[in-house]
Design a protein. Sequence first.
Lengths: 415, 83
Amino acid sequence: MTRKPNEARTVITGVGLTAPNGNNLAEFRKSLLTGKSGIQRFNVRYMGEVLAGVCHFDPLKYQKKKELRRGTRAGSAAIYCAQEAIADAKLDFASFDKSRIGVYVGITEHGNVETEKQIYEIKQFDYDTTFVSHHYNPRIVANNPAGEVTLNMGITGPHYTLGAACAGGNIGLIQGLQMLLLGEVDLALAGGVSETVHAFGAFASFRSEGALASHADPEKACRPFDKNRNGVVVSEGGCIYVVERLSDALRRGARIYCEIAGYAINSDAFDFVLPNAQRQAECMKLALSKAGIAAGDIDIINTHATGTREGDAAECRAIREVFGDHSNAYINNTKSYIGHTMGAAAALELAGNLPSFEDCIVHPTINVDQLDPECSFENLVINEPRKVDRVNYILNNSFGMLGINSVVIVKRFEG
Amino acid sequence: MTKQEIRSVLMEIVAQIIPDEDLTNLKGDIPIREQVELDSMDFLDIIMELRKRYGIEVPEDDYKQLATIDSSVAYLEPRMRKL
C-alpha cells in the first residue's frame, strides 16, 4: 500500500471526556483497570428509581452560572469535553484561527429532556402553553450541543450535530476527519455526547421493549456476554477529541495519541431495532479495507455489546465472521462499567482503550460470571486486565437503531 | 404585598436570572440593563417568573415600564397590592 502524505492522515491530539466513572482520561482509564463501575440508583420523573450511569463533572469549571441556566445538559457536557480536549492538546488556542475550527458532535437524540421538562412545567398550570419557556427552542434545536461549544469558546467555524442513534460518537469523529481531509477546517472538535438520563423516555421505552437492565446491585446490572444479562443501562456522558491533520500536528510538535487508520459506516436495511450480524461484519471488513490491513492485524476489538440477549450474540457472530473462531485480537467491552452512554458511547469507549498503545494493557469487560457460550472467544478479556506484548491497532464497533453500523480503527503512531 | 416586599421579590428574581452578577450596588433609579449584563432573553425570564409566581401578565407594550427596579415596583404595586 502506498503511504499517504501527512496532509491526508489524521491524528488524535487531545481527549476531553466525562464518564460515569471518571472526568478525564486518566481517571477513566484507572476505573477501567480497577473494575470501578459508574452505575448508580437514580430518580427519574414519573418512574422513580432506575439504574443509570450519571456523570459528576463540574460544569462551572468552564461555564458561568447563567450559561448553565440557559443551556442544556448535553451542551454542558460538550463544553466540558471540548475545553478539556483543547487543554489536553496543549494548543495555543488564543491565537488559533477560530474560523478554521469545526465542532462535530454525535448524538443519539436531542430535545427529549427539555420537551419532557416543559410539559411537566405546563402541567402545573393546567397545560396553559403561555408557560412554555422562551428558552425552549434554542435548547431543543438539534445543533444545540455543538452550538453551545461555539458560544462558550468563541469558535466561528462550522458546528452541527450528527444524529446517529448509538453510533453517534463514531460518526462525529468520522465527520471531523472527513472535514479535515476536505480542507474545510484545520482542527476538528469531534466526538459525541448524551444527556439521556435526564428524561424518562429512554428508560420507559427500553422497559416496554423488555430491554431495560435490572439487578439488585446497580454495579452488576450491565453485563454484556454474561448468560444472565437482561438489558441496557441508560447513561449519560461525553467525549470530544481534538483531531488534526498529521502535517499540522507534527508542525506544532503535538503529542499524538493515535492515527485514525480506517473507518466505515453502513446500514442494515433490515429492522428498526434488531441488529444484523451480516451488515455489522461487512462494516468491519470495509473499515479494515480502508485501513489497508487484515483482520489479523487488529489487537483489540472494543465491542458495542450493550447487554441485550440478541444484540450481544449478533455482534459476536459478526466478529466470528470477520476474525474467525480463533481471533488473535483481544476483545473487550466498556459498557459493563458505564452502561450505555448513547451518543457518547463510541467516542468514550474508544478513549478508554487509547492508553493501551502505551501501557500494553487491555482493559477487561466486567460482570461476566457465567459466560454465554454464544459470546465465547478465547481472547475475550474477562474481569481482569490482560498484559500484552504490543498494541498496534484498535477496532471500535458502535451500532444503533434503524440499523446504523459504524467502525473506527485507530493505529499506534510511529512517525 | 408592600412596595418593599415587591422590591425584594424583584431583586430575588433578578438574582436568580443573572446569578453571576453582583447586585449589591444595583441602583433602583438606573435601568437594570445599564448596570448589569441582562439581555432580552433574561428580561423575558423576569416576565415569565411574574406570570408563574403571581399570575401577573405584563403586556409587551408595558415592558419599558420595567426598565428600572423603582419603575418596576411602581408598575407592579397596584397589581400585587392584594397578593
